[in-house]
Design a protein around this ligand. Structure first.
Ligand code: 2HA
Ligand code: ZN
Length: 272
C-alpha cells in the first residue's frame, strides 16, 4: 500500500534543509536548488515505482544516470515554501533509459519541472559518482558572504582557497581539497553545467562568481556542512578585509593542523 510520501525520511530531510537554508538568508525568492540521489529500496516503501505520472524532457544527455532516482527542488519554487507544500515544490524523478527524459513519480503537482540548474546538478552527479560511489547530494545556494567575496578577492582557486583556509581553523580540516571557482557565466543552461562538472572532477565545492556555490557530499548534512564552513570563512573575510590584520594562521600551522587531523592539503597550495 502506498503511504504519504511527504512523511518519507528523504522528503522530510529536504524540507528541513530548505527551511534552514532559507533562514540563513541564502535562498531569496527561487534562489537555490537541491538534488538528492535515492535508492530504490528507500523509495519503494513509499511509492509505486512502476507508476509514471508524467514524462519530462531533459534538454541534455543524462544517460550515465539512466534508471537512477532523485528528489529535486522545482524550478521557480521558493525554499521558503518547500516544508509547507512539498508536493508542489519537490519532485521525485527517474532518469529514463535513453537519458533524454525524466519520469516523474511524485511531486511537481502544479505541473512544475525540476530546477533550471538540472544540467549542472546531473553533470555533477555523473562526475562525483565516478570519483566516489557513495556520493549522493548536490546543493546549490546563494551563500551571501561567498558571493560578496567574489567581488573583492582574486578568483584564482589557489588564492581563494588559501584565504578561506586562513579564516578559521576548521576550514583545512573540512575542505583540504579546496574550492573550485568559475568566473561569471550565464546560469540555467548546459554550458555552465559542463563547466561546473569539469571543476567537480577535482573539487567537492565550486563557487560561481557573483552568483553562489555548489556543494556535494554523501548526505545532505555533508554537502550543507561543506557550504556552511566556506560561507563562515567568507563571512569572517568580509568582516576583516578592510581592517589592519595583525596576525593570521600561518602555513606552518595549517600544515600542523592537516597532520593532526590526518587530511592532505591540495598539493602545492601551502607554502611549506
Ligand atoms: O533556481 O538559483 O541558479 C534559481 C537559481 C538559479
Ligand atoms: Zn543560483
Amino acid at each position: 500500500m502506498e503511504k504519504n510520501v511527504c512523511k518519507a525520511p528523504f522528503v522530510q530531510e529536504v524540507c528541513k534543509i530548505t527551511a534552514n537554508m532559507y533562514r540563513m538568508g541564502w535562498d531569496e525568492r527561487n534562489g537555490g536548488n537541491i538534488s538528492y540521489l535515492l535508492t530504490e529500496a528507500e523509495v519503494a516503501p513509499w511509492l509505486d515505482l512502476s507508476k509514471v505520472i508524467r514524462v519530462i524532457p531533459a534538454d541534455f544527455d543524462a544517460s550515465p544516470l539512466a534508471g537512477k532516482l532523485f528528489i529535486v527542488t522545482g524550478t521557480g519554487k521558493y525554499f521558503k515554501n518547500v516544508a509547507d507544500d512539498p508536493e508542489n515544490n519537490l519532485g521525485i524523478i527517474r532518469v529514463a533509459a535513453d537519458g533524454r527524459n525524466l519520469e516523474l513519480l511524485w511531486g511537481y503537482a502544479d505541473g512544475g519541472r525540476p530546477t533550471s540548474e538540472l544540467p549542472a546538478h546531473f553533470r555533477t552527479h555523473i562526475v562525483r559518482l565516478g570519483r566516489d560511489p557513495a556520493h549522493r547530494v548536490v546543493i546549490h545556494t546563494h551563500a551571501t558572504n561567498v558571493v560578496a567575496m567574489t567581488f573583492v578577492h582574486s578568483l584564482v582557486e589557489r588564492d581563494f582557497t588559501r584565504t578561506l583556509w586562513q579564516m578559521c581553523t576548521e576550514c583545512m580540516v573540512v575542505f583540504p581539497d579546496g574550492v573550485g571557482v568559475l568566473p561569471w557565466m550565464l546560469c540555467g543552461n548546459d554550458e555552465i553545467g559542463i563547466a561546473t562538472a569539469e571543476k567537480m572532477k577535482e573539487f567537492r565545492l565550486v563557487v560561481w562568481a557573483h552568483h553562489g556555490i555548489f556543494g556535494t557530499g554523501h548526505s545532505i548534512d555533508e554537502a550543507f556542512g561543506l557550504i556552511e564552513t566556506v560561507e563562515k570563512a567568507a563571512e569572517i573575510y568580509v568582516k576583516i578585509m578592510h581592517m589592519p590584520i595583525l596576525q593570521t594562521i600561518r602555513d606552518e600551522e595549517l600544515k600542523i593542523l592537516a597532520d593532526a587531523f590526518g587530511v592532505t592539503p591540495r598539493a602545492g597550495w601551502l607554502n611549506v
